[in-house]
Design a protein around this ligand. Sequence first.
Ligand code: ADP
Ligand code: MG
Length: 241
Amino acid sequence: MSLLSIRDLVFRPAGASCAAILDHLDLAIEQGEVHALLGANGTGKSTLAYVIMGCEGYRPSEGELLYDGAALAGLKIHERARKGITMAWQEPVRFEGVTVADYLSLGTERGAADSALELVGMNPALYRDRMVDRSLSGGERKRIELASLLALKPRLAIMDEPDSGIDMLSTRDIINVISAFKERGSAVLLITHREEIALIADRASQLCNGRIICSGTPEGVAGHYKKRHCGLCDGTECHYV
Ligand code: ADP
Ligand code: MG
């Protein structure tokens, strides 16, 4: 049985007259699998992540999400988190007045927090007492957020990389974090626009116009992603670079 099975998912924002952002999307993520999701800007990658997380305003319009075979419908973010579904947000965390050690110890004990910091390449002695606020760079906050996810040992970690602008973590950093998740047995939905990162996944899928248009080996899907024509929307509605 798949860890997460998404069937015929349609998402239209409430009250919006626009077309569905997710349009009869099917996707399965297996236990312990690193699954890369490739797609151009605006294809619905972040929306899919928010629907899986159960964010406010992101209830599926149609279709179902099965987690360990049971429907996720109606479960709030914290209830999904308790079931092991977590996410690193596109914007890294910022909490005024909270130290790194406190933030990392919210869901775990201190020793685990220190080792999680080491896994993201941060010296615990240098960062433990820093505040998780503006005094840390975007990249440092991103690492700390990933350390908190690692410390939680989730069953499904969703990583949503920024679509544009400066990549906050290097390819090497991300590969190290993904390896750490894999060692812990976590499945990862790795949302990325970087082909070299997608290549470390076990499997990959390409999203276009709210649908999964191909799934398979990371090499195969990355090769498809690079082409202008995706096969579904005859190249006119895709905005591939
Ligand atoms: P990606 O992460 O692949 O870049 P998004 O999931 O952020 O894409 O967005 C997909 C499309 O849906 C974009 O065109 C975006 O403007 C639109 N969109 C996202 N959220 C909403 C919303 N709440 N209401 C209307 N349109 C939205
Ligand atoms: Mg996005």
